[in-house]
Write a protein that binds this ligand. Structure first.
Ligand SMILES: CN1c2c(nc(N)[nH]c2=O)NC[C@@H]1CNc1ccc(C(=O)N[C@@H](CCC(=O)N[C@@H](CCC(=O)N[C@@H](CCC(=O)O)C(=O)O)C(=O)O)C(=O)O)cc1
Ligand code: HCS
Ligand code: ZN
Length: 759
């Protein structure tokens, strides 16, 4: 990682990682074809090899002096590390599958072998697979993926820097397996794992690798002394090896805190720091003697948002490091996995918005430009690029600003729950263990095809709406036949629960090709929130109103909450998130009011990402939770007391935010619980939660159809923690990723289980 020789420090240019799903989601399509038996392994491998080659060539051509490798994955980089070191639970070995199919079985499940748990990658919308480890886990270096990919790049003439999850973060991201004793800690396995990393480093050195990057993002969160000690021990041991490449320890998504001096005192050659989320780290580095002989990968280009970099500010940040370290390598704040490939592929963005954006390819160019300028080279090009930015801020809408300025505390407050509960009982008359679903029904091939046909002008808007109405009618009939108590319209018209709203709100832009991997082959196209947000017209009333016209049972209106809309969008960074959240909340508040006017008496506002945005450090959490809760309440508190407000949470463990969930003041909270056997109820009981609760009894992430008895048992467990009249029976989450052959019997069993529980 070195090129020009300036006065004080050497200068380099790199990125911490690159997208891998393919500029046109080629890997997604190949994976899904392989899984369904439509292509064989050789064809899948060919797609993967092509994507890797394209990325390496592109990065080398962009004048990065260090190009990462092993950032490709067929599914997930944490799963890759588990398989590389043979941490394969017995239930997958017992399947007797080939290596690659064992890998996919761990990711997706096979037969009765449940897949590894999937959870959020820090505070992003990417999901990783959680390795399962126990005292009996014996790590062995059984794979050669990092070495093979290094050699593959060498053959193309690109010298790369293999990237792996570091040993300490790997263990901290893993969980004890089901057989582990209560006092087992995954970190107990550190020494054995470090020995295997040492073997791998020797192999990579042998293959010619000069640098290896080990990612330790777990250290941007609060860590105990023991965990910091483990970090010290691991890197002292690895640095001591004689036969190894130079080591970069990479951090991202926050500041290293107490881990920075620990790493500075080890003999690793380089540390990557995120100067976007933790700009003060540059000054801390200057004060640490241990950094003088090291390379710093200065993460000044935001790797997880889509705004162009303020190049002058980034250059000056890098310049502050020049006197204090041996080499400054200009870099991204994190892997570019979290942004789309290429802004140039977008043809429909307004120039005023497009001019402010940079996707992965453009960010690589920014890194190279900054490195040149830092080395005393082409500053003219840098200033020109900086001046070309059309504006630095989002468009303002004075009406939105005035409305926010006029808000009063009472706008976020409803009358007491007890009063509301009486009004709602009178209005809805629901039984205990009332049955409902979370909103979406299966997004069938026909639904997606209709949307694709509309985009391609094969059908017009009215034909599309007709097809969606027919689907709503079908879903209503099905729910009536199943005997559910509170119905939904099924969300067929939504491409995605955030994108759908973004496309209807002012202040957002949608991309055509801006896909980002969410997990495995699943992608999302996060909208771009670029200006003040407002609602030009009602967004959901037509669909919910139509559904309600077909039945005498209550139909639940369905909205996505402000925090989740922010979490799953690329959000303007020129004002505090709290201010943007308030704007989104007001748009939703108007939608709630329009739904009520259309006769909808139950309205769900989903906040599955409430936990995801929780800051990684405890010191920042109270402030976040305050605005997160306030924005939800602002969205919902305009509702009449007889209107039952539901919220839904999933994709996380909610223990850390249980009081905030209480603070949302929703009348009913449906929450993921089936896989954790209702653990969340204990948390709710501990804080004296007194409103309605629907702990999920049907794990929709599994293709298995739960039987009536198992769901009745979960409801019985729930009734130990919450009085039956406040309990609901519902699935863990929406049904959009499932098929009708599973959903119909599962819901039938769920309704049966609720009836049994009532009896
Ligand atoms: C609840 N989850 C969500 C998260 N983030 C979101 N923004 N949205 C979420 O729902 N984060 C946490 C979890 C993550 N879970 C998932 C689950 C499933 C998916 C998923 O299935 N993604 C789809 C894309 C969905 C979509 O946008 N569909 C559009 C476009 C469909 C499409 O690809 N069309 C083709 C042409 C038609 C065809 O051949 O099917 C095309 O454009 O080329 C739509 O329905 O209109 C996926 O395919 O990966 C994501 C996250
Ligand atoms: N209403 C949404 C929530 C998913 S978290 C759905 O049912 O898909
Ligand atoms: Zn959900």
């Amino acid at each position: 990682m070195t090129n020009t020789e300036p006065d004080t420090a050497r200068i380099g240019a790199t990125v911490l990682g690159y997208p891998r799903i393919g500029p046109r989601r080629e890997l997604k399509r190949a994976l899904e074809r392989y899984w369904s038996g439509r292509i064989d392994l050789a064809e899948l491998r060919e797609v993967a090899t092509g994507l890797r080659a394209d990325s390496w060539r592109e990065l080398a051509a962009a004048r990065l002096d260090s190009v990462p490798s092993n950032t490709f994955s067929y599914y997930d980089q944490v799963l890759d590390a588990a398989v590389l070191f043979d941490a394969i639970p017995d239930r997958f070995r017992a399947l007797g599958l080939s290596d690659v199919d064992t890998y996919f079985a761990m990711a997706r499940g096979s037969g009765t072998a449940q897949p590894l748990e999937m959870t959020k990658w820090f505070d992003t919308n990417y999901h990783y697979l959680v390795p399962e480890l126990g005292p009996g886990t014996e790590f062995r270096l059984v794979g050669d993926k990092p070495v093979a990919e290094f050699r593959e790049a060498e053959a193309l003439g690109v010298r790369t820097r293999p990237v792996l999850v570091g040993p300490v973060s790997f263990l901290l991201l893993a969980k004890p397996d089901e057989f582990a004793p209560a006092d087992f800690r995954t970190l107990d396995l550190l020494d054995g794992l470090v020995e295997r990393y040492a073997e791998l480093l020797a192999q990579l050195a042998e293959a010619g690798a000069e640098w290896v990057q080990l990612d330790e993002p777990a250290f941007v969160g609060d860590r105990t002394e023991a965990e910091l000690g483990a970090l010290r021990r691991a890197y002292d041991q690895l640095a001591e090896l004689t036969n190894r490449p130079k080591l970069v320890v990479a951090s991202y998504f926050g500041d290293l805190g107490a881990a920075l001096p620990v790493l500075a005192d080890t003999a690793v050659e380089a540390i990557a720091v995120d100067l976007v989320s933790a700009p003060d780290t540059a000054d801390r580095i200057a004060s640490l003697g241990g950094m003088r002989a090291k390379t710093v990968l200065a993460g000044v280009v935001d790797g997880r948002n889509v705004w162009r970099t303020d190049l002058r500010a980034a250059l000056s940040k890098c310049a502050t490091l020049l006197g204090s370290v041996a080499e400054v390598s200009v870099s991204t704040s994190c892997s570019l996995l979290h942004v789309p490939y290429d802004l140039d592929a977008e043809t429909a963005l307004e120039p005023a918005v497009a001019n402010r954006l940079a996707f992965a390819k453009q960010k690589v160019a920014e890194v190279a430009l900054l490195a040149d300028a830092l080395a005393g080279g082409q500053r003219d090009a840098l200033w020109a690029a900086d001046n070309a930015m059309a504006s630095t801020g989002g468009a303002t809408d004075e009406r939105v600003r005035a409305r926010i300025a006029a808000l009063r505390p009472e706008d976020a407050k409803r009358v007491d729950y007890e009063e509301r509960a009486i009004a709602q009982r009178a209005q809805l008359g629901l039984p205990s263990f009332a049955t409902t679903t979370i909103g979406s029904f299966p997004q069938t091939a026909e639904i997606r095809q209709a949307r694709a046909d509309l985009r391609a002008d094969r059908i017009d808007e009215s034909e599309y709406r007709e097809r969606m109405r027919a689907e709503v009618a079908r879903v209503i009939r099905l729910q009536e036949e199943l005997g559910l108590d509170v119905l939904v319209h099924g969300e067929p018209e939504r491409n995605d629960m955030v994108q759908y709203f973004a496309e209807l709100l002012d202040g957002f832009a949608a991309t055509e090709h801006g896909w980002v991997q969410s997990y495995g082959s699943r992608c999302v196209r996060p909208p771009i929130l670029h200006g003040d947000v407002s609602r030009p017209a009602a967004m959901t009333v037509e669909w919910s109103g139509y559904a309600q016209s077909l039945t005498t049972k209550p139909v639940k209106g369905m909205l996505t909450g402000p925090v989740t809309i922010l979490a799953w969008s690329f959000v303007r960074d020129d004002q505090p998130l709290a201010d943007t959240a308030r704007q989104v909340a007001l748009a939703l508040r108007d939608e709630v009011s329009d739904l009520e006017a259309a006769g909808i008496g139950v309205i769900q506002v989903d906040e599955p990402a409430l936990r995801e945005l929780l800051p990684l450090r405890a010191r920042d959490r109270a402030e976040y939770l305050e605005w997160a809760v306030e924005s939800f309440r602002l969205a919902t508190a305009g509702a009449a007391e007889g209107t039952q407000i539901h919220t839904h949470l999933c994709y996380s463990e909610f223990g850390d935010v249980i009081e905030a969930i209480d603070g949302l003041d929703a009348d009913v909270t449906t929450i993921e619980a089936a896989r954790s056997k209702m653990e969340v109820l204990e948390d709710l009981r501990a804080i004296g939660f007194r409103r309605g609760v629907g702990p999920g009894v049907y794990d929709i992430h599994s293709p298995l159809v739960p039987d009536e008895a198992s769901m009745a048992e979960l409801l019985r467990l729930a009734a130990d923690a919450v009085p039956a009249e406040r309990l609901w029976a519902n699935p863990d989450c929406g049904l959009k990723t499932r098929g009708y052959p599973e959903v119909e019997p599962a819901l039938r069993h769920m309704v049966g289980a609720a009836k049994a529980a009532r009896a």
